[in-house]
Design a binder for this molecule. Structure first.
Ligand SMILES: *Cc1c(COP(=O)(O)O)cnc(C)c1O
Ligand SMILES: [Zn+2]
Length: 414
């Protein structure tokens, strides 16, 4: 375990010791950053120790994580992360960029990026003796917590909007979590879950609330460093596109690169681009207005995983772009469907929120933010199997013919 010193509020700067029991800042309710003991890590760990690790999951980064190894070797908890990065020359050419990678988070055990946070949270719960973990979720965070809880025989309670895609609700139920569907949106599920955790003493995993979710999500940055950056050894920054709802994935990825930078292991910081749907663009709006004040919107995007009225990690999410010379892009939902189709043509099946990052990259190129000398990496944050209805909308209809050669020939002539 990488020792951590405590927490610092991302808004007012107030610091807290490692044994602080709250979730957010008690003065201003800002999100807390976990402060690692960089000197201790530098003295005891070298990048090579990580590169040569036999652990093929995010637990290979244990020396940089603020939790102890939870155990449960040989379970799904030990197959989170270390997801593949595909290099596509076809897409690089088509898009007009130098090199292009897709990191496929759909390959996680419950098929989304959220497994990274939930696995770390199981470790944290074990360490502090929390018997029950609860979370609000648009679907994936819940499925991830339910799956990781099942793998470790932990108790999970999930609050999700009743409108979540069927596949995600099925996952929650199959993993045996205590599922409570809320007749309202994600934001109302969030507020209810926080209140319930306070009242019943459950450990709250909520995104953009519990400081440890970003610590799990930062492992994606470590993998990009290991799988792409150290091999390229380029002095030009990599341009990374991430879809954004609450803003916790982008904040976590930013934190991961900052950790590596502090340790002196990452000479060139990547540029981070956040992508939102135009129909759920609260963080984009703040970024565009040069403010860190997040004003809620009425979110209506078809990309359910990023449909958020009031993002819970907005301040850090804005900074992920401003501090790395990146940007925010807002895309129309129609281009998200196109993104699903285009990713499919190189063998990657994305859910709408995953394809949003791809749509954002295309728009950034069209806007001239990225040119033909630039390298880009697109995060596909979730599997297309999560939302078949959207996949079918993107794919269109297949032809139906009679089971005869005659009918086939007639069809092929068309
Ligand atoms: C949760 C999620 C996101 C967005 O992450 P935030 O931390 O809410 O910004 C994007 N894509 C998928 C598939 C997700 O599940
Ligand atoms: Zn504060």
């Amino acid at each position: 375990m990488g020792s951590y010193i405590g927490y610092q509020c991302s808004v007012c700067g107030k610091t807290y010791p490692a044994d602080y029991k709250g979730y957010v800042c008690d003065s201003c309710s800002g999100n807390l950053n976990v402060i690692l003991d960089y000197d201790h890590i530098k003295k005891n760990v070298k990048p090579e120790d990580i590169f040569t690790s036999a652990e093929k999951s995010l637990w290979r980064y244990l020396p940089l994580l603020p939790v102890e190894d939870p155990g449960f070797e040989g379970t799904a908890l030990h197959s989170v992360g270390y997801t593949p990065v595909y290099k596509s020359e076809t897409l690089a050419q088509k898009m007009g960029v130098n090199q292009l990678w897709i990191k496929d988070e759909g390959r996680n055990p419950t098929a989304s990026f959220k497994d990274r946070a939930s696995s770390i949270l199981i470790a944290r719960a074990k360490q502090i003796g929390a018997e029950t973990i609860a979370t609000a979720s648009t679907g994936n965070a819940g499925a991830a917590l339910a799956g990781m809880a099942a793998a470790s025989q932990w108790k999970a309670i999930i609050f999700a909007p009743k409108t979540a895609p069927q596949a995600k609700i099925a996952q929650l139920l199959i993993f045996g979590a205590h599922v409570i569907l809320v007749d309202g949106n994600y934001d109302s599920a969030f507020d209810l879950s926080v209140e319930a955790c306070e009242k019943y003493g459950w450990y709250c995993r909520n995104t953009g609330y519990n400081a440890f979710t970003a610590e799990g999500k930062k492992t994606a940055a470590f993998e990009i460093w290991e799988q792409v950056l150290r091999k390229q050894n380029s002095d030009k920054p990599l341009n990374i596109f991430v879809s954004v709802g609450d803003g916790n994935i982008i904040s976590g990825i930013h934190k991961g690169f900052k950790d590596l930078n502090e340790l002196g292991w990452l000479p060139v910081m990547p540029r981070i681009f956040g992508v939102q749907s135009e129909k759920s663009a609260a963080i984009f709006n703040a970024w565009a207005a040069h403010t860190e004040t997040i004003t809620p919107v009425h979110a209506t995007t078809i990309a359910d995983s990023i449909s958020v009225d009031l993002p819970r990690d907005g301040v850090r999410a804005v900074r992920a772009a401003t501090e790395t010379n990146g940007a925010y892009i807002a895309v129309p939902d129609e281009t998200i469907y196109e993104g699903i189709s285009e990713l499919g043509k190189i063998g990657v099946f994305a859910e709408p929120a995953g394809a949003t990052a791809f749509a954002g990259m295309k728009k950034a190129i069209a806007m001239g933010l990225i040119d033909d000398q630039d390298d880009v990496l697109v995060m596909n944050t979730g599997s297309g199997l999560k939302d078949i209805r959207s996949a079918m909308t993107a794919a269109g209809e297949a032809p139906v013919i009679a089971p005869t050669m005659q009918a086939l020939e007639k069809y092929l002539k068309k």
